[in-house]
Write a protein of this length. Structure first.
Ligand SMILES: Cc1cc2nc3c(=O)[nH]c(=O)nc-3n(C[C@H](O)[C@H](O)[C@H](O)COP(=O)(O)OP(=O)(O)OC[C@H]3O[C@@H](n4cnc5c(N)ncnc54)[C@H](O)[C@@H]3O)c2cc1C
Length: 503
């Protein structure tokens, strides 16, 4: 393979789950297209997509309380939960297609069945959870959800959380067995390996420094080979900026007007991890609680069983924190150098508006291990400090932009595809719900950037994702059939292990 300058159809910047997903989709839709991937690290899936840098929750809104809101009349709005669930079904269908067609193998290496639970304390929260359960369990996408405030039942579901629990405070939980734990790092590497077998040119330790339009409408990238120090120029008809936290800077360098007046606000994450097998075997679920007042939605505390490298571990967090870096391996100047004349007012407005958030993040960063253990003891009253270690997870760069509803400098918590009007370049910003919805988001990139090819590609997309273009909410039979088929293909329908109660 020629490792000099290239002129290709597609360049993907970054080897995280987003580029891996887009590359895999494009290889199915246009097998003849040449694709090149540039990744500045030595391996795929080493930044946010790495298994230790995110929580590995297959976000299907089965347990995350922040995807439902309480209306003033006390009823519960589940529309966002339905949307997130539908998006996760799209991922499941694509992953199942890839397994069935031997593009990737051994799904148990990247996805495991795991009950998803919501857990609350206090009379008012218990009441809310019950109303939320009633709204969700009546919906076809959330069937099988159970609710309980009976301590006996809860001991059966989450023995570790009930052990040594004292006091009269009411608690309650919901549980649904169709949840998953996803190892996005392994999945990313599986997809990149598959792309390599399809002759995709993947260059690690290659950092994209600059990009500009050429007079003939192509994109020219200046890419530095970090091993040799040599900088080369590479051109492509289409560029996807899937650089995670690095995407905003590259989007700004592209100079496209759609990338103006957008800023980024980094939020870092820390987890507590427990590898003591005696403790680990007493818990078998992802249990999401309620965010504390003033906390951003992505710092909802949760206690998760994780399956990483054939080992089970427990993860608790995330504790939010503030760091000016946009990537875990980024620079302390990332935040300041992202401020440009065109986004200065937006950033200043956000700075004023989000003063309390910044204060909250700095406070979180200052917590001692014992203070973090106290938060964990809300979930696991008997948790011992010696069983838990602190690990640094990935950085999330939240999008800041001017919106009609929020005004100037509004912090966004979702993901955003920003693309040029001619569809020749697209960037992905933001990180929530994140990797779980990678397939849905990358289909959005395809719809925005390849409108001429879309009609011809639709039959293939429907073959890979049978629900494409349809609402599963409106087609419960289709939901049943895709859910069953994907459970089978991904090995999610077998008998599930229970948590072991140790008295
Ligand atoms: C603490 C935390 C918890 C999370 N929990 C979950 C969860 O439970 N479930 C979920 O679905 N999502 C979760 N997410 C979000 C999820 O991890 C991200 O949305 C997802 O991994 C982003 O993938 P990506 O491919 O866009 O970015 P990344 O995985 O960060 O990949 C970007 C790649 O681009 C490379 N790069 C950057 N700049 C350049 C350059 N100039 N040249 C070449 N390469 C470059 C980087 O090295 C990196 O490898 C979490 C995130 C965090 C931080």
């Amino acid at each position: 393979m020629n490792h000099g300058q290239t002129s290709t159809d597609v360049i993907l910047i970054g080897a995280g789950i987003m580029s891996a997903t887009l590359g895999t989709l494009l290889k199915e839709l246009a097998p003849d297209w040449n694709i090149t991937v540039f990744e500045q690290l030595g391996r795929a899936g080493e930044e946010s997509s790495n298994e230790w840098n995110n929580a590995g929750t297959g976000h299907a809104a089965l347990c995350e309380l922040n995807y439902t809101t309480e209306r003033p009349d006390g009823t519960v709005d589940i529309s966002k939960a339905v949307k997130v669930n539908e998006q996760f079904q799209v991922s499941r269908q694509f992953w199942a297609y890839l397994v069935q067609h031997q593009r990737i193998r051994n799904p148990q290496d990247f996805i495991m069945p795991l009950p998803h639970m919501s857990y609350v304390r206090g009379e008012q929260n218990v009441e809310f959870l019950k109303r939320r359960y009633e709204a969700l369990s009546a919906h076809p996408l959330f069937q099988g959800m159970e609710f309980s405030k009976d301590p006996g039942k809860l001991r059966e579901w989450v023995p570790l959380m009930m052990k040594e629990r004292k006091g009269e405070e009411p608690i309650a939980a919901t549980k649904i067995d169709s949840g998953t734990d996803v190892n996005f790092g392994t999945l990313t590497r599986m997809l990149l390996n598959h792309l390599k077998e399809q002759d995709v040119d993947i260059r690690y330790k290659h950092s994209v420094k600059k990009l500009k339009r050429t007079p003939d409408g192509l994109w020219e990238l200046k890419v530095k080979d970090l091993s040799s120090g040599v900088t080369q120029r590479h051109t492509a008809k289409f560029v996807f900026i899937g650089a995670g936290g690095g995407s905003l800077h590259l989007l700004q360098k592209s100079g496209i007007p759609e990338g103006k007046r957008i800023g980024g606000f980094p939020v870092s994450g820390l987890f507590m991890v427990c590898n003591n097998p005696e403790v680990v075997r007493q818990h078998h679920a992802k249990v999401y609680g309620k965010a504390s007042v003033g906390a951003p939605p992505m710092s909802v505390p949760h206690l998760d069983t994780r399956f990483i490298d054939d080992q089970k571990a427990l993860l608790f967090g995330p504790f939010a924190g503030f760091s000016p870096k946009f990537l875990k391996t980024g620079s302390m100047f990332d935040l300041i150098t992202s401020v440009k004349p065109h986004n200065l007012l937006t950033m200043l407005a956000a700075g004023v508006k989000e003063m309390s958030l910044t204060k909250y993040l700095v406070q979180q960063l200052m917590l001692s291990k014992e203070q973090r253990m106290e938060e964990l003891r809300d979930f696991v009253p008997g948790a011992k400090s010696e069983d838990w270690d602190l690990i640094v997870a990935g950085q999330r760069v939240q999008v800041i932009k001017d919106t009609v509803e929020g005004g100037k400098g509004t912090l966004q918590f979702g993901t955003e595809v920003v693309s040029a009007v001619d569809g020749s370049i697209a960037a992905l910003l933001g990180a929530s719900p994140g990797a779980s919805t990678a397939v849905h988001v990358m289909l959005e990139v395809i719809e925005k950037c390849f409108p001429q090819q879309l009609e011809a590609w639709k039959p293939k997309i429907k073959e890979m994702i049978p629900s494409y273009g349809l609402s599963l909410e409106g087609n419960p039979e289709l939901f049943q059939s895709v859910h069953q088929a994907t459970s089978q293909a991904l090995g999610l329908s077998e008998a599930k292990p229970q948590a072991v109660s140790v008295s």
